[in-house]
Design a protein around this ligand. Structure first.
Ligand code: UDP
Length: 242
């Protein structure tokens, strides 16, 4: 695995999208479990403020990828070579495409009732042949967790996508990873909502102009407080060193 760079103490692997997909497939075929975190500025800031979350991302996850313009900018600002942004939503799409071509099985866990199922339907439309072998919504009680884990394991899924939002999805994965059979474990935030048509992704030109954050703020003004993490992140990186 490529050496990680350190952004505010968080080890982030400067890989390309294809490099990340290849690495995940290789590890999966070797029977190794990989806990993937796509770290955007908000997640890196969460690591500064939440010791439990910091430990999960820095010590438990095997693969941390630079999601978002902020993470890529920070890496480059600190003097690392960062080939490109590896956004969680895009990696999720690439892995579904891999499933369609190679038959790997995926399980969708998270989102409001019905959303994972709607995301499954959309994936089948976008990636004919994709194997989504199970779904469960993300609004459960602690006493339901054993049953959810049993369902995931019984499905035979090799890839588990968990959409509970950060930090909940990573905390859940860390807690249960030893009991989970899938080899790829990945938190994907609101990605099922995008597939289910409940949330829009920024147009390509805005993504390319590093303006995805502005689009999200425009669509969901309630995110304002969460998005204050971004300017704080920029300032912190500017005053940090490698
Ligand atoms: N969610 C869930 N269970 C919870 C809390 C959240 O399934 O207990 C889902 C929620 O329905 C949404 C996703 O988690 O689909 C969080 O989306 P958000 O956009 O906040 O995630 P981000 O991409 O910003 O991490």
């Amino acid at each position: 695995m490529i050496q990680p760079m350190k952004i505010l103490g968080v080890p982030v692997h400067p890989m390309t999208m294809q490099g990340a997909v290849d690495e995940l497939e290789k590890r999966m075929l070797a029977g190794e479990q990989t806990f993937v975190v796509t770290a955007n500025a908000e997640i890196i800031m969460m690591c500064q403020e939440n010791a439990e979350y910091n430990k999960i991302v820095c010590e438990n996850a095997e693969l941390v990828l630079p999601d978002g313009a902020g993470a890529v900018w920070a890496g480059r600002h600190l003097g690392y070579t960062v080939p490109e942004r590896v956004a969680g939503f895009d990696l999720y799409n690439h892995l579904l495409d891999l499933s369609a071509h190679k038959g790997y099985k995926a399980y969708f866990f998270g989102g409001a009732p019905g959303v994972a199922e709607a995301a499954k339907t959309k994936s089948e439309e976008l990636y004919p042949g994709v194997q989504v072998v199970g779904c469960h919504n993300g609004y459960f009680k602690p006493e339901d967790e054993a049953e959810i884990i049993a369902d995931i394991n019984a499905s035979g899924a090799e890839m588990l996508f968990v959409a509970l939002g950060a930090p909940k999805q990573e905390i859940w994965l860390k807690k249960y990873r030893d009991q989970l059979k899938p080899r790829i474990l990945m938190g994907i935030g609101g990605s099922f909502d995008v597939f289910a048509g409940k949330m829009e992704r920024a147009p390509k030109w805005m993504q390319d102009a590093s303006l995805e954050w502005a689009f999200r703020l425009y669509k969901q003004p309630s995110r304002f407080m969460r998005m204050m993490a971004l300017p704080k992140f920029v300032l912190k990186v500017m005053f940090s060193s490698k």
